[in-house]
Design a protein around this ligand. Structure first.
Ligand code: BTN
Length: 282
């Protein structure tokens, strides 16, 4: 799984940046030139007993994975690709809130790098977007013991340097993705970005695992990119397509949608697209 290839200087400083924050996540830090997927590294290590906080960051992934079974494409050395093992014990009902918290942490790091000029938001459940373009994605997987969650693998991909020029990446991706560089971020330092996201996760993950989404709900609501917008759901093949106006996120982490007949439904899984605003990002 692990092949040592070159790690660029900014990532090589990541361990020092994390230690300077003094949190529990990101320790130990495994910095890889290449792997199949940092989530796979974390999952395998979790099964072998790796400790809370262990983190894998890679310059490139041969099999990067996204939500809904998609692949995650990222040219070598251009972006921030990492997974952290969080040993939190909670019932499976806490998984959707925890997936949202991971998006909130990715947003916190991204927003700090962007500065005040550009406002990033969160597209439910956990994409970080600028306008309708995606800047970061989150894939949370869990390790279960019986009916309890024993650990989370929080995998985050943040587009830092990529310019997504047509010809370099699939055309569809070029049209829907953005990066810190494309947004003119004053800081493109991946070590500082990683340390900031891990510190934000450290603040919220255990609290939400223990007490639920209430404690971060106000922050999520303020960053909700879908609120007031017309959305459709994309469920499993054969599922009835649902449509309506997004009204917010509830305390279970579901998207609250009002249909044209006035009825309210709560969407807990699947993919959401904007109606009339084009397809939302990868
Ligand atoms: C999505 O938006 O679909 C989620 C994308 C998650 C990508 C990250 S990159 C680091 C980690 N390793 C993976 O294989 N996936 C996540």
């Amino acid at each position: 799984m692990l092949r040592p290839t070159a790690v660029l200087p900014d990532l090589a400083r990541a361990e020092a940046a994390i230690r300077a924050r003094g949190g529990a996540l990101g320790v130990p830090l495994h910095v890889l030139g290449e792997t199949t997927s940092t989530n796979d590294e974390a999952k395998l290590a979790a099964k072998r007993g790796a400790a809370h906080g262990a983190t894998w960051v890679a310059e490139s992934q041969r099999g990067g994975r996204g939500r809904q079974g998609r692949t995650w494409v990222s040219p070598r050395g251009e972006n921030l690709l990492f997974s952290v093992l969080a040993r939190v014990a909670c019932p499976p009902s806490r998984l959707p809130p925890l997936a949202l918290v991971a998006g909130l942490a990715a947003h916190a790091g991204v927003q700090k790098a962007l500065g005040e000029r550009v406002q990033a938001k969160i597209k439910w459940p956990n994409d970080v977007v600028v306008g309708d373009k995606k800047l970061a994605g989150v894939l949370v997987e869990s390790v279960l013991t019986g009916t309890r969650v024993e650990a989370l693998i929080i995998g985050i991909g943040i587009n830092v340097y990529s310019r997504f020029e047509a010809g370099d990446v699939p055309e569809e991706l070029a049209a829907r993705a953005t990066s810190l560089a494309l947004q003119g971020a004053p800081s493109l330092d991946r070590a500082e970005l990683l340390a900031d996201v891990l510190a934000a996760l450290d603040r919220d993950v255990e609290l939400v695992a223990a007490r639920g989404l209430g404690i971060v709900h106000g922050r999520l609501a303020a960053l909700d990119a879908l609120r007031g917008r017309r959305v459709t759901s994309e469920g499993a093949p054969g599922d009835r397509l649902q449509e309506g106006v997004a009204e917010g996120i509830d305390l279970e982490g579901r998207l609250v949608v009002r249909g044209d007949d006035g009825s309210v439904t709560r969407w807990s899984a699947g993919e959401v697209h904007l109606v009339g605003g084009g397809r939302l990002p990868q």
